[in-house]
Design a binder for this molecule. Structure first.
Ligand code: HEC
Ligand code: HEC
Length: 396
């Protein structure tokens, strides 16, 4: 009974994947987003999986203290980010920039800036990697591959959803046990996955990933322009796009996601609130982020250290002019300077090739804003099966 629509879906997905590989493989270094996100063959979506995934995404039952949901840090009011420089997880309350530690708890912020979940299903999509790749790169330092695997990580993370209740190796099993003890979740998992014991860690990841693949926002002015509507972008935005290419931004921010999904050493300054310098996996290399919806997802960079696109552009100016010559000049600029722990010689050579002369910054910013598609899914479930506060402790 459940199988028949599945087979149809899998087939439809395969046909779609074929269509997409033929229509998006152009030589252009910038291109429109495909219409739909394809799931890896083993993890095909169904409406039962998507609906379950949405509830899980909003339900703080996944956190040890019943106070944090995925949506706490990836909320539609902030284009599925939290609008903060650094995220605040368990033992805090409130939403977005207004979120604060609960009295009596001195919550350590997460070391990183929360990326948007919009279009995350397209992570890894480049000219040589297809839509729906199971090894799609995740996180600022690329340490996890694939949406299904990623979804279990926040449950284990001390500063996000786990807190002090149990140890990291126990975290996912504990969350799965809470779900299995809930009759409504047992039924929803059975409907989505069949089988006699459907409430498993693997199916938890699959349901959340199925939901995330529906959070697609690919109807920006840029997409409409690339589809042939010459009036979709303003003349300033079109000039900005040309500058984006001639300045050399496109050497890293390329393809339909405006990212090569590769690590690069930029030397972004450390966040002053964090005690230790954050070198990522050791070299200060961070992944090129997608620039889709970038006008809606500030603050910027892996640690949210820049509050506006203007600050980002100023950073690129500094790093292209002064960055190659010793970097001492930048050290005095505090939060807006260059990172004194990153030796200039280790910075990506593509930065020195940036052509940031002239006054084109405003045009580049106008182009970046043409990558926004504010018409995304903002659905908030009215209730979640645990009966806890929808989205975690986000009410003020
Ligand atoms: C306390 C805030 C917080 C919570 C709760 C949280 N996240 Fe995140 N999320 C982040 C931060 C911060 C990052 C970036 C971490 C890094 O790269 O080191 C991130 C990264 C991600 C990414 C990778 C995006 C990309 O482009 O690489 C995905 C997907 C994601 N989160 C989904 C989820 C899901 C699903 C949940 C719930 C199971 C969740 N998050 C819970 C803050 C949070
Ligand atoms: C050498 C590769 C490279 C080049 C060239 C490059 N970028 Fe980036 N870009 C990155 C990386 C890597 C990051 C993340 C760095 C970090 O977080 O430490 C980034 C971050 C950004 C961000 C912040 C996005 C966010 O969500 O936080 C913006 C905006 C941006 N770049 C725009 C540009 C523009 C405009 C240009 C051209 C002037 C440019 N980039 C050139 C690799 C590059």
């Amino acid at each position: 009974m459940v199988r028949a629509p599945f087979t149809v879906l899998v087939l439809a997905t395969c046909v779609f994947a074929l269509l997409l590989t033929t229509t998006t493989s152009t030589d252009a270094r910038l291109s429109a987003l495909p219409l739909r996100a394809v799931a890896p063959a083993a993890d095909a979506a169904s409406s039962a999986r998507v609906d379950l995934g949405r509830l899980l995404f909003w339900d703080p039952i996944l956190s040890a203290n019943s106070d944090v949901a995925c949506a706490t840090c990836h909320h539609p009011d902030f284009a599925y980010t939290d609008g903060r420089d650094l995220s605040l997880g368990t033992n805090a309350a409130g939403l977005g920039p207004a979120r604060v530690s609960i009295v009596g708890h001195d919550v350590v912020p997460v070391r990183r800036n929360s990326p948007t979940i919009l279009n995350v299903a397209f992570n890894g999509l480049t000219a040589d990697r297809p839509n729906g790749s199971p090894d799609a790169p995740m996180f600022w330092d690329l340490r996890v591959k694939g949406l299904e695997a990623q979804a279990l990580e926040p449950i284990k993370a001390h500063d996000e959803m786990r807190g002090d209740a149990y140890s990291e190796p126990d975290a996912v099993a504990q969350a799965v046990a809470r779900l299995a003890a809930n009759a409504e979740y047992r039924e929803l998992f059975a409907r989505a996955f069949g089988a006699t014991q459907p409430v498993t860690a693997r199916n938890l990841g699959r349901a959340i990933a199925s939901f995330e693949r529906t959070l697609v926002a690919g109807n920006s002015p840029f997409d409409r322009y690339m589809h042939g509507d010459a009036d979709a972008m303003t003349p300033e935005q079109v000039r900005g796009m040309e500058r984006f290419e001639t300045a050399g931004c496109v050497n890293c921010h390329s393809g339909p996601m405006l990212s090569d999904f590769a690590p690069h050493v930029l030397g972004v300054p450390d966040h002053p609130q964090l005690e230790a310098s954050n070198a990522g996996t050791g070299t200060y290399a961070f992944r090129t982020p997608s620039l889709r919806n970038v006008g809606l997802t500030g603050p910027y960079m892996h640690n949210g250290v820049f509050t506006s696109l203007g600050e980002v552009l100023n950073f690129y100016r500094r790093v292209s002019f002064g960055g190659g010559r010793g970097g001492r000049r930048g050290a005095g600029f505090g939060q807006r300077g260059l990172n004194p722990n990153v030796a200039p010689a280790t910075r990506d050579p593509l930065l020195r090739q940036l052509n940031m002369r002239g006054r084109g910054q405003g045009e580049i910013i106008a182009f970046l804003q043409a990558l926004d598609d504010p018409d995304y899914d903002r659905t908030i479930p009215r209730r979640v099966p645990s009966g806890l506060e929808v989205g975690g402790h986000i009410a003020r």
